[in-house]
Ligand binder design. Structure first.
Ligand SMILES: Cc1cc2nc3c(=O)[nH]c(=O)nc-3n(C[C@H](O)[C@H](O)[C@H](O)COP(=O)(O)OP(=O)(O)OC[C@H]3O[C@@H](n4cnc5c(N)ncnc54)[C@H](O)[C@@H]3O)c2cc1C
Length: 282
């Protein structure tokens, strides 16, 4: 099954909350429907983009003139002992609740990232020193026109990267957790919550730039005196130099201007070339 919508504002599909409209949006509700959606676009040679929770993408002011395939309806979860299998559109918060109900630990650090499993695996997302590559057992993927199970070692995980950024589609992933008491789980959640409470509030894409080896991109941007700098409706967070916030009415152009400003100043003043972590949706 697949819901289809037309002319959907990208501001509704992304956490930064800006951009024009997507011409057509498919919402497949299973792995099979997701594969059908991709095949449909490929057979017609139509442009498409697979979107999870839209928490790491910068949409374009001009909108998206192809088909967006949004995975959030494809969100089944199942457990076999301490192994959990999550469809690509399952949200981190849903997995946290699922684990809590089964007294399983291991997901607490990811619980408050506003993301889907497919996006997390693709970006090798991490928090508090733990990354997807540490807890994924294997990934069910659609690759070269067939469904395959890839072991963790075959996913080519690296710093904020995986094979899925250049090849294939994440259909589901299996994670290995461990039994724990409610108290242990609550303590891990509290530790992570403390770290998150230091993250800026408001609409953003999370960190804009990858951290260069051994340095924090946010600290470099702060060192250049850019925290609080505003262009139109977009502002570099006062609290965290690597977050750009939509303070109200921001456009893609405003955000891009700040990205270029940060890149240029950090290169000139610190001699470090920053690379974006975010993905441009175009
Ligand atoms: C407030 C906030 C806090 C954040 N904190 C963190 C953090 O602590 N750690 C961290 O690592 N990140 C963090 N992020 C960034 C972001 O949440 C992660 O990068 C996350 O992995 C993106 O998941 P998503 O479902 O939103 O993916 P999307 O933004 O929808 O997509 C990201 C990329 O993944 C691809 N993709 C999505 N689903 C699939 C699929 N099924 N198959 C193949 N490709 C797919 C998309 O095409 C795109 O290229 C934060 C973001 C915000 C807004």
């Amino acid at each position: 099954m697949m819901r289809i919508m037309r002319n959907v504002p990208l501001s509704r599909l992304t956490t930064i909350g800006l951009g024009g409209e997507a011409k057509r949006v498919f919402y497949p509700d299973s792995s099979l429907a997701l594969i059908d959606a991709v095949r449909l676009c490929e057979e017609k040679d139509e442009k498409y983009f697979v979107l999870g929770a839209g928490s790491n993408v910068l949409p374009a002011d001009a909108g998206y003139d192809g088909t967006l395939i949004v995975t959030t309806d494809c969100a089944r979860l199942c457990a076999e002992g301490e192994t959990i299998r999550a469809d690509c559109g399952a949200m981190t918060s849903a997995i946290a609740a699922f684990c809590r109900a089964r007294r399983l630990s291991g997901w607490e650090f990811f619980a408050s990232i506003p993301a889907s499993v497919g996006g997390m695996v693709t970006m090798n997302a991490g928090a508090c020193g733990l990354f997807m590559s540490d807890i994924v057992l294997r990934v069910h993927a659609y690759m070269d026109n067939k469904c395959v199970w890839l072991d963790r070692k075959d996913c080519r995980f690296g710093a904020k990267e995986s094979i899925f950024q250049t090849k294939g589609l994440v259909l589901a992933a299996e994670f290995s957790f461990f039994a724990s008491s409610r108290e242990e789980s609550a303590a891990a959640l509290a530790r992570c919550g403390k770290m998150r409470s230091r993250q800026p509030k408001g609409r953003s894409m999370g960190c804009v730039f990858c951290n260069p080896p051994g340095i924090s991109a946010g600290a470099l941007i702060q060192r250049c005196g850019l925290c609080g700098v505003r262009v139109g409706g977009a502002v570099i967070s006062e609290e965290h130099g690597n977050f750009i916030l939509n303070a109200g009415g921001a456009t893609e152009r405003d955000v891009r201007t700040l990205i270029e400003l940060a890149r240029e100043r950090v290169l000139r003043e610190c001699g470090v070339a920053l690379q974006e972590e975010i993905i441009y949706l175009r």
